[in-house]
Design a protein around this ligand. Structure first.
Ligand code: FAD
Length: 293
């Protein structure tokens, strides 16, 4: 729900907010954000799912994929093309589609990590959606999606710091306890250096995340600067997480490969943190554009 609700809170009608937001925040209902399509996720402006106006409804047809909580979602915040003549960002709108809408079909996808949430492929076959479910003005969806990404990316950066820390702590505890050749692993310089490298990367990433959170909270700096810093934070923090997960599994040896250790799980969670919510390559490209490169 963390990514699907903010556009409704920011741009939805009062009636839509009243119907959707309280039950999702209370944990009684689930919301999913549906942007990515089989044809691509990075190039959001190229999305194809169509919403054609028919009286006081839109008729929605198309497909979305890799949708978190898509199997169980009661409300789907869906990016659609409401203006077929406009093939770019300006033709995109956001619609809330109820999970029980006729014509919606869901299939579950199996994945490497993130097992605590389901991930779905969704098909919309002439789904009739009330115009009242439009989030914000028609054609304003792209801006709302991009704005929403900033919050999601900052959250993912903060999560990645904690995951990196969890790997570091687990590896440190193991290294203190595990003896090889008569000495604890933690006494070996090569292992000590690994642990310090892990801690250093987490601390550096966390400093960037805290600095960004402070700037966001106090409205410091131009929007372009904040967007660039968000990209840097997500890239640095998810790289730190991946490094720490890799090093932790290595320090723990065979045990690091076993189900039940945190590091084994986080090793499998690292890639989606570097792909979902805007991939590393897209983050770097976006940051470069904010810098005027
Ligand atoms: C577990 C999981 C959950 C997800 N949940 C959701 C969700 O809830 N809602 C949702 O809408 N989406 C979701 N996604 C989709 C995710 O946002 C996309 O996977 C992501 O945006 C990348 O899109 P793509 O997979 O289509 O890759 P593509 O856009 O096809 O890109 C493939 C690769 O090429 C790189 N690339 C693309 N363009 C360029 C370029 N111009 N220059 C250099 N490199 C480039 C990308 O960085 C990537 O490495 C989820 C994905 C996963 C794995």
């Amino acid at each position: 729900c963390s990514a699907a609700l903010p556009p409704i809170v920011a741009h939805g009608s009062a009636a839509l907010q009243r119907r959707v937001v309280p039950p999702v925040l209370a944990g009684e209902k689930i919301a999913a954000l549906c942007i990515t399509e089989p044809g691509g996720g990075s190039d959001v402006a190229a999305l194809k799912t169509s919403a054609v106006r028919d009286g006081d409804h839109y008729v929605v047809s198309g497909e979305k994929t890799f949708i978190t909580s898509g199997m169980r979602a009661d409300f789907l915040t869906v990016a659609v093309r409401t203006d077929p003549a406009n093939k770019g960002a300006g033709g995109i709108s956001l619609l809330v589609i109820d999970g029980d809408t006729p014509g919606l079909a869901r299939s579950e996808l199996k994945k490497m990590g993130w097992w605590c949430s389901d991930t779905a492929h969704l098909r919309f076959d002439r789904c009739r959606v009330p115009v009242a479910n439009l989030v914000g003005a028609e054609g304003e969806g792209f801006k709302a999606i991009m704005h929403n990404f900033n919050g999601e990316r900052l959250t993912m950066a903060a999560m990645a710091c904690s995951y990196g820390q969890a790997c570091t702590e687990e590896a440190l505890a193991w290294a203190r306890e595990r003896k090889t050749f008569g000495e604890p692993l933690a006494q070996r310089q090569v292992i000590r250096h690994k642990l310090v490298d892990m801690a250093a990367r987490v601390e550096a990433a966390r400093a960037l995340v805290y600095d960004l959170a402070y700037r966001e909270q106090h409205g410091l700096g131009a929007r372009t600067d904040l967007v660039a810093r968000t990209c840097l934070a997500k890239v640095l923090a998810t790289q730190a997480m991946q490094f720490c997960a890799d090093q932790a599994v290595q320090i723990m040896g065979g045990m690091g490969f076993m189900r039940g250790t945190k590091s084994e799980r986080l090793y499998r969670e690292a890639k989606v943190m570097m792909i979902g919510g805007g991939s590393e390559e897209i983050m770097k490209d976006l940051a470069a554009r904010q810098f005027g490169v």
